[in-house]
Design a protein around this ligand. Structure first.
Ligand SMILES: Cc1cc2nc3c(=O)[nH]c(=O)nc-3n(C[C@H](O)[C@H](O)[C@H](O)COP(=O)(O)OP(=O)(O)OC[C@H]3O[C@@H](n4cnc5c(N)ncnc54)[C@H](O)[C@@H]3O)c2cc1C
Length: 367
């Protein structure tokens, strides 16, 4: 896949100005603090910008990866080819319902911890379990984020997504048929092709909660995108499509209930303090592995003596064995090596196959 970053930069600059950056280190945009450059980095502030960009990427064959706050991703040391766009769409509003509850309509880029204090002050409960989840609400839907025995699925009503799958399928069908590597949107198609393209254009659709396949750290948006492991146990990112993810969350509706502001603030503070005591202060992406049924990944990793293990400047935290931390200057490959080591040891000793909670993105060169 070739992508002329300088040319695309020049094309997009008039529209996005300083929100567009060339060869931007991804280490600046994820909480692990690792990752090579994105060819282009872009912050998106409105739904129209996102839709415009997706259409343009489809037409031109530019690879696009959409992310949130970068708190659950591990970018490879080789960076990411094409455009990486951060969802910074962050409007929200509350609609009080007749039964005394409220629906929160929030754009996907709203930061969970930032929103909490405002909701607590206004006496709206429902999301107060998330002060320690530093991501966006959209990113929260992807992994059905949760803490303190609560998860987003318990309050989520529906989400609106930009569905790019038909357009991608059409692009693939054309590539196969014509030996082309990208949809040729502007090169004199027949009427049927034009019609195909119109039908396959990205469109906004809504999924009700029951359609989202929400379970422990899982949603329909993660299906088919799981990290796999090679025969040596190194993690491998899921294969990439031109527009990734193919369903981009735009908006979500969350059910809130009336609660005492003082009680909500006290709960938020209690959860914050608990985090401070139990989680490491160094850069990380939270829990690296999902807890296996009936157990804790951290307990298993501790049992196999991996706590404190180091590779380069990455370390399995002494405070919480399911956290890998960046001691300053770690590489993504160091973190991958620790993932491999912890997972292999747990498999050998307990026969448990730990699954990754963190998602791998970008270019990986694992020795
Ligand atoms: C210190 C720390 C503590 C944490 N504690 C918790 C915890 O207690 N519970 C918990 O569940 N998680 C926890 N996390 C993990 C993380 O905060 C959550 O998974 C969060 O929901 C990720 O949101 P994000 O916006 O950062 O997503 P990102 O990391 O930016 O992205 C994650 C994935 O979602 C995709 N994505 C992001 N936005 C969209 C969108 N709008 N549409 C479609 N796909 C999208 C990205 O492509 C990527 O594949 C913790 C992380 C840290 C650093």
């Amino acid at each position: 896949m070739t992508f002329d970053a300088e040319r695309v930069y020049t094309t997009l600059l008039p529209r996005f100005g300083r929100r567009l950056r060339l060869h931007e280190p991804l280490a600046r945009h994820c909480t692990f603090g690792v990752g090579g450059p994105a060819d282009l980095w872009l912050t998106l502030e409105t739904r129209d910008e996102l839709i415009w960009l997706v259409r343009r990427c489809l037409a031109e064959g530019w690879p696009l990866l959409v992310v949130g706050n970068g708190t659950n991703v591990l970018f490879g040391d080789g960076g990411v080819r094409g455009i990486v766009a951060r969802m910074a769409l962050s409007d929200y509003r509350l609609a009080e319902q007749e039964d005394g509850s409220a629906l929160l309509y929030a754009e996907a880029g709203v930061s969970w911890p930032k929103l909490l204090n405002e909701l607590a002050t206004q006496g709206w409960g429902g999301l107060e379990f998330g002060p320690g989840i530093p991501g966006t609400l959209g990113g929260g839907v992807v992994s059905n984020a949760g803490a303190h025995q609560r998860e987003l699925s318990q309050v989520l009503e529906w989400v609106e997504v930009l569905d790019v799958r038909p357009a991608l399928a059409l692009g693939t069908a054309r590539s196969v048929a014509d030996g082309e590597s990208r949809p040729q949107a502007d090169q004199g198609h027949s009427q049927t092709e034009e019609e195909d393209a119109r039908v396959a254009a990205p469109f906004v659709r809504r999924y009700e909660r029951a359609e989202l396949e929400l379970s422990y750290r899982h949603s329909r948006f993660r299906a088919g995108r799981q990290v796999t492991f090679d025969e040596r146990g190194y993690p491998q990112p899921a294969p990439r499509t031109l527009i990734e993810p193919a369903e981009i969350i735009l908006l979500l509706a969350v059910r809130l209930h009336r609660d005492d502001p003082a009680k909500l603030r006290a709960l938020i503070e209690e959860y914050r303090q608990h985090r401070k005591r139990t989680q490491p202060p160094q850069p990380s992406a939270g829990s690296v592995f999902k807890n296996p049924p009936g157990d804790y990944a951290g307990r298993l990793i501790e049992q196999v003596g991996a706590k404190g293990l180091r590779c380069g400047r990455a370390c399995i935290s002494e405070r919480h064995a399911n956290f890998i931390v960046n001691l300053g200057g770690a590489r993504a490959a160091d973190i991958a090596a620790l993932i491999r080591e912890a997972r292999n040891r747990v498999r050998e000793r307990f026969g448990v196959e730990l699954e990754l909670e963190v998602e791998l993105r970008g270019e990986w060169e694992i020795a």
